[in-house]
Design a protein around this ligand. Structure first.
Ligand SMILES: *[C@@H]1O[C@H](CO)[C@@H](O)[C@H](O)[C@H]1NC(C)=O
Ligand SMILES: *[C@@H]1O[C@H](CO)[C@@H](O)[C@H](O)[C@H]1NC(C)=O
Ligand SMILES: *[C@@H]1O[C@H](CO)[C@@H](O)[C@H](O)[C@H]1NC(C)=O
Length: 481
């Protein structure tokens, strides 16, 4: 009796408190990474809240203007990345587990998108495909386990930490025997192999699935305009890529893999107009996204594609830092060109984890002259998070729901000078990411008619709070009447 009354009392108090919070102020949480690196994804201590305010705010959020659905941020788990992680696991399992939790849980960096090569890439230690039996055009000798076992065990460990992780697979080259020159290194697909090749890609999707690693997406070819004789690469023109994609789409559908998306292109910004537009024109129903790398041209060149195909999401799947570059200059570049770009649905760097400064382990490869720095540097006794990781985490954390199950949509936000402002809505979680390229600066923020103020340090700040979509609420009320 007494305990019942008591619990009723507490429930009543809790409801009053949450009502008061809704009406009188929504408390904001946040994390900061400062340009001087004294704070790295550090929780803010001076939490502001939204209270009634008037006049124009410095930063205005408008949740009624909704842009793209976010698909996930992350990096590539190459054979070399998986090996570095596997070696850490064997040497120091606690450090490894902590690393996975930091990177892949929603209260850590909230990374959830992984690109994985089909067969050897320039970050494998040898040349191999998943069917190296010459002339096997029915792929009877296809073997997913040609890839190293530590690749699959590492991916399984990541899944165990974050079951919402999405895997996007793609080849650096078809099997050597399908190419002119009979090598994985450079060259192009033989014209007579265009027709059997989609079956190889289907078998790759099925192979990952058989390893309990469901595939979210597949691309036809990494960097299809690049033929380099020193590492796995292959040229495939736009019209051939469209032909392969149409055939692969049918094969996936016939094999109950309708959910697997085909993503096109996977190359630099500068050839957006000459490659991606004719490719999607040729196969408008096959491609559910196009992917870009940052190594040539300007991100603004992708606007030509968005203008023509506004409903096809834009993935930024590859970019790499160079050892010795300036930390804060890099952070600002990644934010301005990749993470905050208007149409970015997926944001990724190249190698997720590297045991050294990012040298290609492939014998004779010239793919990464000074090194392609990993997002993290992982030895058997240390984990170092690099500028790619910190800058990306601010955005992934913003658009990922607290339980990690849902990713949000970008919504309209405007900011002031020296500020790059992006906002997201993820269910009832609203968030804001501010890159402040100037000095520490106090700003007002408006949301649904209320305002908060926060002093943004020089650096990156992510703020989030619980809100409700007032337009949706009104609609629900109407339905009840
Ligand atoms: C597939 O490759 C693995 C690893 O090399 C090997 O153990 C296995 O026997 C192969 N499977 C077949 C059917 O050849
Ligand atoms: C991004 O969108 C905003 C409006 O939402 C616009 O002002 C800006 O020019 C766009 N930037 C690019 C690079 O397209
Ligand atoms: C809020 O609700 C309105 C009306 O249903 C809808 O148009 C808008 O997309 C919603 N905003 C978000 C961020 O979901």
């Amino acid at each position: 009796m007494f305990s019942n009354q008591f619990s009723f009392f507490f429930v009543a108090i809790a409801s009053i408190l949450s009502w008061m919070q809704l009406v009188h102020g929504q408390t904001i949480s946040g994390i900061v990474t400062s340009s001087d690196q004294s704070q790295l994804l550090q929780a803010i201590t001076d939490a502001p809240s939204f209270t009634s305010g008037s006049g124009a705010a410095d930063i205005a959020i408008d949740e009624t203007t909704v842009y793209q659905q976010m698909v996930g941020f992350g990096g590539s788990i190459t054979d070399s990345a998986a090996l570095a992680m596997h070696n850490l696991k064997n040497a120091n399992a606690d450090m490894y587990n902590k690393f996975l939790k930091n990177a892949f849980t929603s209260t850590g960096a909230a990374l959830s998108y992984l690109r994985v090569p089909i067969g050897a890439s320039d970050f494998s230690s040898s040349s191999y495909s998943l069917d190296d039996i010459s002339g096997d055009t029915s792929f009877n000798s296809f073997n997913i386990s040609n890839a190293p076992s530590y690749l699959f065990s590492t991916l399984a460990d990541i899944y165990a930490v974050n079951p919402n992780v999405k895997i996007h697979i793609l080849p650096w080259s078809p099997p050597a025997w399908m190419k002119d020159g009979n090598t994985m290194n450079g060259g192009s697909l033989k014209s007579g192999m265009v027709s059997p090749y989609p079956t190889y890609l289907l078998k790759a999707v099925q192979g990952f699935k058989a390893k309990n690693l469901p595939v979210e997406a597949i691309s036809i070819q990494n960097e299809p305009q690049n033929s380099n004789p020193t590492y796995p690469s292959c040229t495939i023109d736009a019209s051939t890529q469209a032909t392969i994609a149409k055939s692969l789409r049918s094969l996936l559908d016939q094999n109950s893999l309708t959910d697997v998306k085909i993503i096109g292109y996977e190359h630099n910004w500068d050839d957006t107009s000459s490659y991606t537009i004719p490719m999607v024109d040729d196969a408008p129903n096959a491609f559910e996204g196009v992917a870009f790398h940052c190594y040539g041209g300007q991100v603004s060149q992708t606007a030509a594609f968005s203008a023509q195909f506004p409903n096809i999401p834009m993935y930024q799947t590859e970019c790499a830092g160079t050892p010795g570059s300036d930390w804060w200059t890099d952070v600002q570049w990644y934010v301005n060109n990749l993470w905050s770009a208007n149409n970015t649905a997926t944001g990724m760097m190249w190698i997720f984890a590297s045991a050294d400064n990012g040298q290609s382990p492939y014998p004779g490869s010239n793919s990464c002259g000074d090194g392609c720095r990993g997002m993290s540097t992982v030895t058997t006794s240390s984990v170092t998070y690099n500028q790619e990781y910190y800058s990306m985490a601010h955005y992934a954390r913003a658009f990922t729901s607290d339980d990690g199950s849902t990713l949000g949509k970008r919504i309209q936000a405007s900011g002031g000078s020296n500020l790059n402002v992006v906002a997201y809505a993820t269910g009832d979680k609203y968030s804001l990411v501010v890159l402040n390229s100037g000095g520490s600066s106090k700003k007002s923020i408006s949301f649904q008619g209320k305002q908060a103020t926060f002093t943004f340090p020089s650096g990156l700040t992510t703020l989030w709070w619980t809100g409700s979509n007032t337009s949706t609420k009104r609609m629900i009320k109407k339905r009840r009447i």
